[in-house]
Design a protein around this ligand. Structure first.
Ligand SMILES: [Zn+2]
Length: 96
């Protein structure tokens, strides 16, 4: 009985971790129940945290609302401190 509780407990933990990583929590919980929470946990770890797939600009800098704004003319993302949009060449007001 304890083994079953442990099994389901770990499966729930895998599901929560999956949900935290922007994956299907229920799907991973189900998978963990089905095969083994340990195996599912390993698969999840190998798959990694997909929530950190935020877009990056051409220099590898992460594009976040903190660093980039939408160009008012073309709606492309441009750096906050840019004075000219790299997409449409519109003049921008640098924001700091
Ligand atoms: Zn633009």
């Amino acid at each position: 009985m304890e083994v079953l509780l442990l099994w389901v407990g770990f499966a729930v933990a895998v599901g929560f971790l999956a949900a935290k990583w922007q994956r299907s929590g229920f799907g991973w919980f189900f998978l963990a129940c089905l095969i083994s929470p340990l195996l599912a946990g390993i698969f999840l770890l190998i798959g990694g945290d997909v929530s950190d797939k935020s877009p990056r600009d051409e220099t590898g800098n992460r594009i976040t609302p903190d660093t980039h704004v939408h160009c008012p003319d073309c709606r492309e993302l441009v750096r906050k401190d840019a004075r000219k949009c790299k997409h449409c060449q519109a003049a921008l007001v640098p924001q700091n």
